[in-house]
Write a protein that binds this ligand. Structure first.
Ligand SMILES: [Zn+2]
Length: 85
């Protein structure tokens, strides 16, 4: 995960950038976690992709079946995407 050239990682490697914030939403530092789970724009893209490949209902079902989704970050994020969009 630290290999991705997110803005946070680029700054950590000494690259000078104007801002560490996400280029899509500017709401938070662009880290791996933000880019794939927290970013509102990325969540929208995930939702559209899941709907496009027609697996959205199965993903929501699997997340709801999870007995403790708060321990599973990815499951929680997918549930949030499904609920918010
Ligand atoms: Zn973002």
């Amino acid at each position: 995960m630290d290999r991705l050239p997110t803005r946070t990682n680029l700054i950590r490697r000494g690259v000078e950038l104007m801002s560490p914030n996400c280029v899509m939403c500017q709401a938070s530092e662009e880290s791996f976690h933000h880019l794939f789970l927290d970013c509102s724009i990325a969540q929208r893209v995930w939702f559209l992709c899941l709907r496009w490949i027609n697996v959205l209902n199965q993903v929501v079902f699997n997340v709801l079946k999870n007995p403790n989704p708060l321990k599973d970050v990815e499951a929680s994020a997918l549930l949030a995407v499904a609920v918010l969009v």
